[in-house]
Design a protein around this ligand. Structure first.
Ligand code: C2E
Ligand code: MG
Ligand code: MG
Ligand code: MG
Length: 291
C-alpha cells in the first residue's frame, strides 16, 4: 500500500491552487477566452458505498487550468460566470467532458455514475433540461448514469421554470440530488414537490457530528428524513475513519470526502479508485464490520 501511495502522490502532485487573496478577479473577457480555449475541465471525486466500501460513482468538479496561474478552484470563477451569464457555457463544456470521461472508463470495463453540478440561474431558462439531455444523448450516455446536483434555495419554489426543468430531467431518468443539504433554505414543501432522488448532507453537518455528540442528532434526523422520503443519502466531507464509522452506524448509504479520495483529473481516477480499494481493506475491521 505504501508503495502504491508513493507512486500515486508522485504522479498526482498538482500545481498549487492560485491564492485567492493575491490574484485579481478574472474579467469577463478572460473568462470568455478561457471558454474558447477549452481551459475548464472536470476533476472527478469518488464516492464509496458505506456498506461495501466499493466506489461506483463520482462527482465532476470544475477546475480552470490557467496557463500562468495554474489550477484555479471553482469558487474563484463560478460566481463570476453566473454574474456574467456564462455559466450555461461552462456547464455544457463540463457535461461534454464528463461524457467523454464516462465513455473512456466504459471502454476499460468500468461504469461509474457521475454527478454534475447545476447552477440555479440556469434552471430558470425554459428548455434547459432539453439542452442538457440532448448533449448527453448525443454522447450516448444513458440517463441512469447521470445525477444532477442543485443546492436548494428559496428561489426554486418561486420559479415555475426551475420546477419544470427539474421535473423534466427526472422524467427523462436522470438522478436529482439536493446538494449541501442543511446549509441553506431547507423546506419540506420543496422536498416533496420536486422529484429529488438523493439527499446530500453538507460537509459542515458531518464535521459537526463527529466533533460533538449533540450534533449527531441533527445528522441522524436528516438521514431519517431521507429514508422516509425514499431518497438516497450521501455524506460530504468524510475525512477520517471515525467519520466513516459514524456514518455507517447512522445508516447513511454513500460517502464522499478526502478519506476516499480528492477530486482528480480523469487520467488519475482509476488509480485513485485502486488506491482506495487497498486503503479500505487496511481499515480496522471494526470500521468496516456491521455495527
Ligand atoms: P460542492 O458541489 O458541494 O462540492 C464539494 C466540494 O467540497 C468540492 O469543492 C470538493 O473538493 C470539496 N470536498 C470534497 N471532499 C472534501 C473533504 O473531505 N474535505 C474538505 N474540506 N472538502 C472536501 P470544490 O471542488 O472547490 O467545489 C466547490 C463548489 O463549486 C462545489 O461545491 C459546487 O457548488 C461548485 N462547483 C464545482 N464545479 C461546478 C460546476 O461545474 N458547475 C457549477 N454550477 N458549480 C460547480
Ligand atoms: Mg456538488
Ligand atoms: Mg456539496
Ligand atoms: Mg458545497
Amino acid at each position: 500500500l505504501g508503495d502504491l501511495l508513493n507512486r500515486f502522490t508522485q504522479r498526482h502532485r498538482q500545481p498549487a491552487h492560485a491564492s485567492r487573496s493575491t490574484s485579481p478577479e478574472p474579467t469577463m473577457n478572460e473568462l470568455l477566452e478561457a471558454l474558447a480555449l477549452d481551459q475548464f475541465v472536470p476533476y472527478f471525486q469518488p464516492k464509496a458505498d458505506l456498506l461495501t466500501g466499493a466506489i461506483s460513482s463520482a462527482e465532476a468538479l470544475a477546475r480552470w487550468r490557467h496557463p500562468v496561474r495554474g489550477l484555479i478552484p471553482p469558487d474563484s470563477f463560478i460566481p463570476l460566470m453566473e454574474h456574467h451569464g456564462l455559466i450555461d457555457q461552462l456547464t455544457e463544456q463540463i457535461v461534454a467532458k464528463t461524457a467523454f470521461a464516462w465513455r473512456k472508463w466504459d471502454s476499460e470495463g468500468k461504469r461509474y455514475e457521475i454527478s454534475i453540478n447545476l447552477s440555479l440561474s440556469s434552471l430558470s431558462n425554459p428548455g434547459y433540461a432539453a439542452r442538457l439531455s440532448s448533449i448527453l444523448e448525443g454522447n450516448d450516455i444513458a440517463p441512469s448514469y447521470i445525477v444532477f446536483e442543485v443546492t436548494e434555495s428559496a428561489a426554486m419554489s418561486d420559479l415555475p421554470h426551475s420546477l419544470e426543468n427539474l421535473a423534466r430531467l427526472r422524467m427523462k431518468g436522470y438522478g436529482l440530488s439536493i446538494d449541501d443539504y442543511g446549509t441553506g433554505y431547507s423546506s419540506m414543501q420543496q422536498l416533496i414537490r420536486i422529484p429529488f432522488s438523493e439527499l446530500k448532507m453538507d460537509r459542515s453537518f458531518v464535521t459537526a457530528a463527529c466533533k460533538d455528540n449533540a450534533q449527531v442528532l441533527v445528522l441522524a434526523s436528516s438521514l431519517a428524513l431521507a429514508r422516509e422520503l425514499r431518497l438516497r443519502s450521501v455524506a460530504e466531507g468524510v475525512e477520517t475513519a471515525a467519520d466513516w464509522r459514524l456514518l455507517r452506524r447512522l445508516e447513511c448509504r454513500y460517502a464522499q470526502g478526502y478519506l476516499i479520495g480528492k477530486p482528480m483529473p480523469q487520467s488519475d481516477f482509476l488509480d485513485g479508485v485502486a488506491l482506495w480499494d487497498a486503503a479500505y481493506l487496511a481499515l480496522p475491521s471494526d470500521v468496516r464490520a456491521d455495527p
